[in-house]
Write a protein that binds this ligand. Sequence first.
Ligand SMILES: NC(=O)c1ccc[n+]([C@@H]2O[C@H](COP(=O)([O-])OP(=O)(O)OC[C@H]3O[C@@H](n4cnc5c(N)ncnc54)[C@H](O)[C@@H]3O)[C@@H](O)[C@H]2O)c1
Length: 433
Amino acid sequence: MGLFQQIESGEKSICVIGLGYVGLPIALEFAKKFNVVGFDINASRVALMQQGIDPSKEMDASEFANRKIVFTSDPETIKSCSVYIVAVPTPINEANEPDLKPLIGSSTAVGRAISKGDYVIYESTTYPGCTEEDCVPVIEEISGLKMYTDFKVGYSPERINPGDKERPLTKILKIVSGCDEESLNEIAKLYESIIEPGVYRAASIKVAEAAKIIENTQRDVNISLMNELSMIFDKVGINTYDVIEAAGTKWNFHKYTPGLVGGHCIGVDPYYLLHKAESMGLHPRVIAAGRFTNDSMAAHIAQAAIKKLNKRGKVVKDCHILIMGATFKENVADIRNSKIVDIVNELKSYSVNVDVVDPHADSEELKHEYGFELNPVIQGPYDGIILAVSHNEYLTLAPQWYGEHCKPDGFLIDLKGIYRDRKALTGLEYSSL
Ligand SMILES: NC(=O)c1ccc[n+]([C@@H]2O[C@H](COP(=O)([O-])OP(=O)(O)OC[C@H]3O[C@@H](n4cnc5c(N)ncnc54)[C@H](O)[C@@H]3O)[C@@H](O)[C@H]2O)c1
């Protein structure tokens, strides 16, 4: 009997390691049909999940009901499982280099738990070669077992986009790969059982790893081009969104928009690819330049605000700026690697007083991670407003609202160009990226 049949019959069970934005949805989806153990090293997150609460605030309580799942932070419990799906974070360190600690830690846990005939499938985003060259050796050393003969390995990257209710996990075609033909087929069957559009069988584990990383690298580089263009068009005195709209009438123009690139994926993953390239003596200039441009945007925006204050002859330490939005993107609570923080810090470095509001972010989490809190109420009148994140709550505000919360000589920096067609109604000096 193949692995998938054994899972299907209930003879064998699946362990999902790392129950965050990626791991929890996959664990709960498999648990509709199969026996699942959800393992996470963070005991307080596990305690919440045991009560049917998603600590990442993405899944409703109803999505925990009637699932064949046990949540645990006890590594002993996972020894009875036969398929280990690893969905731990892949962050970067201060020097923008891959921090493989979670991947090595979870591979160590797998090494202690794994038995002959078991499977390990990595879902974490990483550079091509990481699974076979960095993770598998850890499992082999700790378990004394060998890939191919004793256990099988696969890689299946995750493409979900938290906050996007239109495209849940089950509706996104999934890339799968395996260390050999047999594992590729068994892993494909496993995911085909939950993914409606089915799976794409990649030629190898490295191809699957590379495919995921270029999806995000391509996006990063394209956004960086738009950011660079926005700086040029700002000097020319034209609106970048107007230019993009006009150019977008051509059939083969790709409509990317300028903006901050934060979060744990697009702003991070290209560094994994850069690391791999550099380890082989290559120095990819386009990818590195894209990262540099996107990482510079927050300072560029803050300095644009400072210039507006100076132009008005204001003493910056007496000025108050309101920043609307603190999360790394719209309509989510996720503040990881939010570039709004860089705008706040840059403005504060000039001694400007900064108020930050956000209907989704958690003030305590911001305080803990970045040292500033949200303002419970919008005060004002402000010297300027930076509309930074296009949360739905902000899209419905009348343009006049901004004028009403600013001094008469105030300004609005609308990073997403939301009000560019109604800018006169704001009653403020208006600019977007
Ligand atoms: N969030 C996304 O939108 C998204 C989309 C596609 C791919 N990815 C990738 O998926 C991976 C996971 O991302 P995420 O957003 O789910 O991360 P996350 O931070 O939301 O969750 C990770 C979980 O793993 C746990 N963890 C950390 N180290 C562990 C260990 N050694 N053993 C067990 N558990 C451990 C943490 O406690 C946390 O609960 C990353 O590689 C990420 O790049 C994320």
